[in-house]
Ligand binder design. Structure first.
Ligand code: HEM
Length: 383
């Protein structure tokens, strides 16, 4: 609605009556995302209202946009950090997870049938799978995983109070501090241990603070997004079962995943870019320091790019660049893992239960109370 009625650049207001903007079309979103940080910065240092007292100190989003991690850095600082993480988070490491992701998926699918029907697919499948995958990758013990899920929800949902959101973020960082110390004392075959090990290397290395914030970001971004995208895709496929591919048709499942990222993305908006000078986007003037929120969902369903019916889920569409994982320097670090996980989860789910359908009407589904991520809170299904 913002895009269709407001246009490609829409004014929004933040607490303290701070002027801000949302870019909503494929072109305006791409223009902002593709910049290398020289015109649109990700650093909160370039958002004056955050520091001069205009925005209240208890604004919950403050925590999300002020952490010391990849999503708050530009240019050489950002490239340095990404390079250090990539030394441990290699494509080979991700590819080697395939058998284990399949095993985790199969285990959850085995248990689904025992839950009695209708069974909540979010609680018993789309939520536990991504949590298990990212936590195993980083060595978080099983009994500590669900807490990460709860802290994440509290930080992202606008139903939490500012105090609750701030407390959740603080508790998660404190937990991670103790977790890293444990890993230092007893390393394992996981990425946290790999990153700690790399701190011993000669040359540039991660500081202890950078290590904490990397874990914070990756544990949140690495599950929240995938939880919701699995469920959103199940809803889309069940609305048009003719689009459900054969379980072993890898290419068709890969196409389903790309179409979901385009048209049913779990990431509605990515947070702010701050113009370093006054700029014009699609004819609208934006002043330096006024934050811009980037509406990926608006871009993904823009009829100017995808034609009439852009909102329709259609996995047979000609493949086209989408912005589901962002674009430019901050393009999703976890995209290969997310694609692998999505394909295994969906093909295995429908392979095992080809007749699976939601037990409630699509318009009865309750979605996450968030402007950042979107997916069903619960999805009762009959198998
Ligand atoms: C960045 C989407 C899965 C880690 C991003 C961005 C998007 C995105 C849109 C860009 C943010 C921006 O430009 O401000 C998604 C979606 C996923 C997914 C839709 C799943 C379906 C994952 C996974 C990981 C991950 C599994 C785990 C490692 C990250 C990180 C960044 C990021 C660390 C920051 C990259 C940077 O700033 O350089 N993701 N993501 N994501 N994602 Fe993902």
């Amino acid at each position: 609605r913002f895009r269709d009625h407001g246009g490609p650049v829409v004014p929004i207001e933040l607490p303290g009556k701070v002027n801000a903007w949302m870019v909503t079309s494929y072109d305006s979103v791409s223009e902002v995302l593709l910049n290398d940080g020289t015109l649109f910065s990700k650093s909160p240092l370039n958002f004056p209202a955050l520091h001069d007292g205009t925005i209240p100190p208890d604004w919950p989003i403050r925590q999300l946009i002020q952490g010391d991690h990849l999503l708050t850095k530009d240019g050489a600082d950002h490239r340095r950090l990404r390079g250090l993480i990539n030394r441990a988070f290699t494509p080979a490491r991700v590819a080697s997870m395939e058998p284990r992701i399949q095993e985790l998926t199969d285990g959850l699918l085995d248990r689904l049938a025992g839950e009695g029907e209708p069974v909540d697919l979010v609680r018993h499948f789309s939520e536990p799978l991504p949590i298990a995958v990212i936590c195993e990758l980083f060595g978080v013990p099983e009994e500590e995983r669900y807490q990460i899920r709860e802290w994440t929800n509290t930080m992202l949902f606008h139903t939490a109070t500012p105090e609750e959101a701030a407390a959740a973020g603080g508790q998660m960082l404190a937990y991670l501090g103790a977790f890293v110390e444990r890993k230092r004392a007893e390393p394992g075959d996981d990425l946290t241990s790999g990153l700690i090990q790399a701190q011993e290397d000669d040359g540039d290395r991660l500081s202890d603070n950078e290590m904490l914030w990397i874990l914070w970001l990756v544990l949140i971004a690495g599950h929240e997004t995938t939880v919701h995208l699995i469920a959103n895709t199940v809803v889309a496929l069940c609305a048009d079962p003719a689009q459900i591919p054969a379980a072993d048709d890898r290419d068709a499942w890969a196409a389903v995943v790309e179409e979901a990222l385009r048209s049913r993305n779990s990431v509605l908006n990515v947070l702010f870019r701050y113009p370093l000078q006054d700029v014009q986007i699609c004819g609208t003037k934006i002043r330096a320091g006024e934050p811009i929120s980037v509406a990926l969902h608006g871009a993904g369903t823009d009829p100017a790019r995808y034609g009439a019916g852009a909102e329709r889920f259609d996995a047979s569409r000609e493949p086209d660049a989408h912005v589901g994982f962002g674009r430019g320097p901050h393009f999703c670090l976890g995209a290969p893992l997310a694609r692998l996980e999505m394909r295994i989860a969906l093909s295995s789910l429908f392979g095992r239960y080809p007749g699976l359908r939601p037990a409630i009407d699509a318009d009865a589904i309750t979605y996450t109370p968030s402007l950042i991520t979107e997916g069903p809170m619960e999805l009762p299904v009959v198998l």
